[in-house]
Design a protein around this ligand. Structure first.
Ligand SMILES: [Zn+2]
Ligand SMILES: [Zn+2]
Length: 363
């Protein structure tokens, strides 16, 4: 039996097989060690973790065991909940209860930057240093360190926080109007629509008042730039029919079962609420074909989101070989596909295809 001191006053027995250090004192019913300190009961493993990271662990952080042994107090087997999120070891209990509250600092900094701040602090960077590096108040850093950021949260340019869904939609996390559209207050105090700001950022210019920010996904609260396009309905249809005639032949799917006329009909039917399954049957094609049409993965036209003449340069959606290589390396390094897709302004299926060597073979 080997007893070791983990931190002054806290000892445990080493289990040589697992490397765990088991608390020998009193325990809660769930197996966590407890100790009476300064007039209150504390969790021993939590105390050990605080000592390991040399700081006070806020109540919104979990002290998590990598060994799944609740009585273990080995500093080597303990991690903070938010650090777990960053290393992809997200705790299940966090996932079940995503917070809908606004996240401190997210108005000024991106979610990605907030995660960086939390990680840097856990690895020893001081609050003062972080405040200087990110150009915010010391007090803001304190709040950011206490924030619990769900791992599917993301900042959509220019500054809106959304939650990524399995279908690729990113649901805005702020105030919404009765119809479900996100709202925010501009610098000059006017109320404005989030989707318009996101689309303007994507296109690189302000939307004229007669242009709407429309969804391909029919989800008003979605702020994924990939699901937004600019146009009035009539302009868009006119534009699509013009482009359909001129670009249809050179389209990679020109030998497909469908033509532009049918694709437009299909999109109208989906927009009107018809189910993908039914539409697929009506046109004798697979459901995947309909899904890809719906999300403009296929039958995508150059500039279809801009029915008015472009003022800036056109957005080239294709990746260079170097970018495709970058995508593969980032997937290997464990980055999530939705996140990569968003950063490159592409749909997830494009990233999956790169991952699975369907496209950009041999890169
Ligand atoms: Zn352990
Ligand atoms: Zn969407």
């Amino acid at each position: 039996m080997t007893i070791v001191t983990v931190v002054p006053g806290i000892e445990g027995e080493v289990d040589r097989a697992t490397g765990c250090i088991n608390w020998q004192g009193s325990k809660f019913g769930n197996g966590y060690g407890r100790k009476w300190i300064d007039g209150k009961t504390v969790l021993v493993h939590r105390l050990v973790l605080e000592s390991k990271i040399a700081g006070f662990l806020h109540s919104s952080y979990f002290a998590c065991h990598t060994c799944d042994n609740p009585s273990c107090i080995s500093p080597e087997h303990l991690i903070a909940g938010s650090a777990a999120e960053n290393t992809g070891q997200m705790m299940k209990r966090d996932r079940k209860t995503p917070r809908r509250k606004s996240i401190p600092g997210s108005g000024k900094l991106s979610i990605q930057q907030l995660r960086e701040i939390q990680t840097k602090y856990l690895s020893g960077t001081t609050k003062n240093h972080l405040a200087r590096e990110y150009g915010v108040q010391h007090e803001t850093i304190t709040k950011i360190l206490q924030a619990n950021i769900p791992d599917n949260f993301i900042t959509v340019s220019p500054r809106f926080v959304g939650e990524i869904q399995d279908n690729g939609c990113i649901i805005f996390q702020g105030a919404k109007d009765g119809a479900g559209y996100g709202k925010y207050v501009t610098k000059d105090g006017k109320q404005a629509t989030v989707t318009r700001a996101v689309l303007a950022e994507k296109l690189g210019y302000e939307l004229p008042t007669y242009i709407d920010a429309c969804h391909t996904c029919d989800t008003p609260s979605c702020i994924n730039p990939e699901h937004l396009w600019a146009g009035t309905r009539s302009q868009n249809l006119l534009d699509a029919s013009k482009k359909g005639r001129t670009q249809g032949k050179s389209h990679p799917l020109s030998n497909a079962k469908l033509d532009w006329e049918q694709v437009r009909e299909i999109r109208q039917k989906l927009a009107a609420g018809e189910r993908m399954k039914d539409v697929a049957e009506a046109y004798s094609v697979g459901r995947k074909t309909i899904h890809d049409i719906k999300y403009h993965v296929t039958w995508k036209q150059e500039g279809e989101e801009v029915p008015i003449p472009r003022m800036g340069g056109s957005i080239d959606r294709k990746l260079t070989f170097t970018q495709a290589q970058d995508v593969r390396e980032r997937i290997k390094a464990g980055e999530s596909i939705p996140k990569i897709a968003l950063e490159f302004g592409l749909s997830r299926s494009v990233i999956y295809d790169i991952k699975n060597n369907v496209t950009y073979k041999g890169v």
